[in-house]
Design a protein around this ligand. Sequence first.
Ligand code: CUA
Length: 341
Amino acid sequence: MTGSQEQETRVRRPRAVAGFAVAGVVAASLLLAGCDAPDILRSQGSSGQEIATLALWIFAILAGVLLTVWVILVYVIVTGRRRREKDASQNKGNLRIEIVWTAIPAVIVIVLFILTMIVTNRIDMPARGAQFTAVGRQWWWDFDYKDLGFKSPNEIYAPVGRRTSIDVVSADVIHSFWVPQMGGKVDMIPGHVNHIHFTPLKTGEYLGECSEFCGVQHGKMRFLFVVVEPEEYTAWVEHQQQPAAQPTGAEAVAGSRVIASVGCGSCHAIRGTTLRGTFGPDLTHFGSRRGIAAYTLRNTPANLLRWIQDPQGVKPGCNMPNVPLPSDQQREMTAYLEELK
Ligand code: CUA
């Protein structure tokens, strides 16, 4: 390599790096702008807001560090060039400067540590009186309101302004409970009860998701966290405690017979009927839920029919088998399940 070539490469390399960095930022922004994922920086839960504030403080401090380093760097490059010809001393052996530039980062790290400890302590108080248990399963969520006598798979309600306190476990592999707009994540570990609590600050529907890779359908392991006024929450609890509604339409009545005869009850339960399975989601109030298959599909009759006809097509690898049934029976089952409000 000749001298001039070498110089050219030297100049080009930083430009290439800068080019990659800009392209990366642009690509990331486009990707993020394109997806409808919940905005974790717009938290509507108490812990989430504490964490977001902490993140902003840390960002501000680190941005200050970065700016300071840049300013010093530019200063050193400029003055260094001027002094190139002379034998520039590098402050070798200057004890005072060495102490200062060791002490400053140490102080910054200590400040970050203290800020993080304060927030961690505030959001991670000891477990007290969980309202329900969240059980992670491949690949859905079993929300068990044991004390109240019902289960509400893949969809939970919580009163606004009051503390929601949840015990978190797993029935198979490690999952992670996460409602991005409420607060932090907590691992769901087989044989070990973890705990999470936070106070929802605004009514609305918030997406929850599994945040720990747990198998092929990890990406389709979601749930809905619905924050409502306290009265509406009480009404929801009372409604969930009721056994399943009796079918009314002719198709639904037929569907209730089909579902009892084709073996759905070995996995599913419908309170008030002969179906008592515990392996799959409780379907007692299936029709009142907004999602199907851990919020893989919106709960509409067309989607439910699609799910019943071909669960392995919608969610390959899931534990719901394709059951070959005549199409009129599939339609009857759909009619019955949608009546279970
Ligand atoms: Cu469950 Cu990932």
